[in-house]
Design a protein around this ligand. Structure first.
Ligand code: ZN
Length: 173
């Protein structure tokens, strides 16, 4: 029995088919993420794509977002264009190979990529940090839904492993 806090069953429609999980590379939360996916009955039913910063590093190409990024980060990573392309190539492969229907975007507390890439990432509170992650996760979710016919659920995981729902859209079953 887990003592961790997870979203309620009423908050989103659980995937019945295979999914892709998009998470940060952060090594502190690997076991917590697996635990959450097991809890959602997704054991061995997901492809996993990990990249630093999840939604932040795949939203640099979204209109209106580029100015939120540090100039040196944009320069170092070529405006993150290839990060986004790699993600979308992998979503395409996951659809082709495993007929995925849902995407889990999993943001996390204390993300080093947010600090490294954004001009303004000094959060005064956890709520403020969550709001920032939600902004980027929702932007990525919209973008994914404009590109692919997939349901998208966005989550925030804290460094204890507790998970909350940021956003959910189910249009395709
Ligand atoms: Zn991170």
């Amino acid at each position: 029995m887990s003592s961790l806090s997870y979203p309620s069953i009423t908050e989103y429609i659980l995937p019945k088919k295979n999914i892709i999980v998009i998470s940060c590379i952060d090594l502190r939360l690997t076991d917590d993420l697996l635990h959450f996916l097991d809890f959602d009955n997704l054991t061995n039913r997901y492809d996993h794509f990990a990249l630093a910063g999840v939604a932040v590093s795949t939203t640099a190409t979204t209109p209106g977002y580029k100015e939120l990024f540090k100039e040196d980060a944009l320069k170092q990573y070529d405006s993150f264009v290839h990060w986004k392309k790699s993600l979308y190539d992998h979503i395409g492969i996951a659809i082709a190979l495993h007929a995925i229907k849902d995407v889990y975007i999993v943001e996390h507390e204390d993300c080093g990529a947010y600090r490294a890439f954004l001009k303004d990432s000094a959060f005064a509170s956890f709520d403020e940090e969550v709001s920032c992650h939600k902004k980027f996760a929702v932007a990525l979710s919209k973008d994914i839904r404009s590109e692919f016919e997939l349901n998208v659920h966005c989550f925030m995981i804290d460094i204890r492993g507790n998970v909350s729902l940021l956003d959910t859209v189910t249009e395709h079953n």
